[in-house]
Design a protein. Sequence first.
Length: 84
Amino acid sequence: KAFKMSCPPAWNLYCDHMVTEQVGIRPTSPNQRLNHAVMSATKSKGLAGTQSLASLVIAMEANDFVLTTASNWSRMMDELRKNV
């Protein structure tokens, strides 16, 4: 929210709400992060994967990104952006 409020008015900023929608599915402790994909798929009955792919497809439509190299998801998006 802070980033959205502080960005220039000329920017069109779109935020993915998948993270907030999956609050009950995402791991809360370091031990749970080891099995995150399996736990998410099981708890959401596959919906988490579908939402992730939909978010990726929509994100690939953007002209600009703010990514972090500490995130596997961000690195994947960057590689797709550069090669597709």
